[in-house]
Design a protein around this ligand. Structure first.
Ligand code: ATP
Ligand code: MG
Length: 396
């Protein structure tokens, strides 16, 4: 079946009062970015609280839907069939044809909802709904009517020049349009957690930059490529990501040489946060994002998180903080990152990891150890920032 339009329903951005149009315009722009690379040409129309994607010429319905399912801010995508008013008998046949094409299994309960913006239509909305419902029951005996809690609504809207027929359609990803809530710097490692953390913040409208710390030759180019690949997977949802690749080798070696080995990870994490914050401020990001989760490893006990957090003044978003690993893995699979995340390339933390890391670090002790790094460490930090490689990552 050929659909004439895709009606975009959005939920949360509808409650933004005076700012509503800003959110709507942003959503239109994100939709534009998502469908631009597809085959076919499209036109987007925004009218009274509704956005329509209107294909012109050939297009692929599945392709459009799966592209729109990555656009945060969309609650549902409803493929719409538009027909001319050629009498009610013809409309009945059109509605039956719509249900036939839109649903593979015809064993659900439904309610027909009719609206007329053109009031001179010969039937009123109640009569239309009753008669169309009957036509559907005749055509598909396994359907049932349920006016209170139907599985599916079938909408029929008589407008001035055409009649729209559509159903609830398919669910969108929810959330808010990316860019409607500032920009944050994601600390992106090659693991399972940080891509999920970035995706979750993007879902709330946060645009992303990312920083990856690598330690050549202790970490390979493959490990770095894996991070670029993960950034690309996240960018399918968040849009373009500016990825900063920071060479962390000298800093890591200095810490390894001068600080107690059981404190290595904490001190290293503090330097990552410091550098991430400097990069974030330089690019106008308002917050940092990490994939940390309470108790997952020694460096993520509450005491460790307190020590890591202490170096930052910007807010640090840790959307996974109270998630179990299982639940993180589930999201990772859903967004298509898991298979890449589990590729076995060492990240810079595993090389320098101590046998018995502290799990209850004391801030005063950590600070005293850091003092041993002297002034040279500041120079190393400066150099690492200056020489950071920047990779612009675009969705595929
Ligand atoms: P992940 O699965 O995201 O790698 P993890 O369980 O391995 O997390 P840690 O290695 O303790 O946890 O790192 C905690 C968080 O610190 C990560 O989620 C990430 O945000 C950040 N991080 C760790 N290593 C790096 C790195 N090499 N580059 C950038 N960020 C990092
Ligand atoms: Mg990691």
């Amino acid at each position: 079946m050929r659909y004439d339009a895709f009606l975009i329903k959005y939920a949360e951005i509808g409650i933004k009062g005076k700012n509503r149009h800003v959110f709507e315009d942003m959503l239109v722009s994100r939709i534009n970015n998502a469908i631009h690379p597809l085959s076919g040409s499209f036109h987007i129309r925004k009218t009274s609280g509704r956005i329509y994607v209107l294909p012109e010429g050939e297009y692929d319905t599945d392709e459009i839907i799966s592209a729109l399912q990555k656009v945060f801010g969309i609650a549902a995508i409803c493929p719409v069939v538009q027909v001319k008013d050629e009498g009610f008998e013809k409309l009945k046949a059109d509605v039956v044809a719509f249900v036939d094409a839109a649903f593979v299994e015809k064993n659900f309960s439904f309610k027909v909802m009719c609206r007329r913006t053109r009031k001179n239509y010969p039937l009123d909305s109640m009569e239309m709904a009753a008669d169309l419902g009957e036509a559907l029951l005749d055509a598909f005996p396994e359907l049932t009517v349920n006016v209170h809690e139907p599985d599916e609504f079938i909408y029929v809207e008589v407008r001035d020049t055409e009649i729209n027929i559509y159903s609830e359609g398919v669910a969108g990803p929810g959330g808010m349009p990316v860019g409607s809530n500032g920009t944050s710097m994601l600390l992106l490692s090659g693991g399972i957690d940080s891509p999920v953390a970035g995706w979750m913040c993007a879902k709330r409208g946060v645009a992303l930059e990312a920083v990856y710390f690598h330690a050549p030759p202790y970490t390979s180019d493959r490990a770095k490529q894996k991070v670029v690949d993960l950034a690309r997977i996240v960018s399918a949802y968040s849009g373009r990501i500016k990825l900063h690749v920071v060479n962390f080798t000298d800093i890591q070696l200095a810490i390894y040489e001068k600080c107690p080995h059981e404190e290595l990870t904490i001190i290293m994490r503090r330097y990552m946060m410091r550098i991430a914050e400097i990069l974030a401020r330089r690019d106008g990001c308002q917050a940092l994002i990490t994939g940390e989760s309470i108790g997952q490893v020694a460096s993520q006990t509450v005491q460790s998180l307190m020590c890591t957090n202490e170096v930052c003044e910007l807010p640090v978003f840790r959307p996974l903080i109270a998630f179990d690993k299982m639940d993180i893995v589930e999201i990772s699979k859903k967004i298509g990152a898991y298979e890449t995340s589990i590729q076995p390339f060492e990240d810079c933390c595993t090389i320098f990891v101590a046998k018995h890391p502290v799990t209850k670090p004391r801030l005063d002790v950590i600070k005293r150890s850091e003092a041993r790094l002297g002034q040279e460490i500041d120079e190393m930090v400066e150099k690492a920032i200056e020489e950071a490689e920047i990779i612009e990552v675009f969705p595929e």
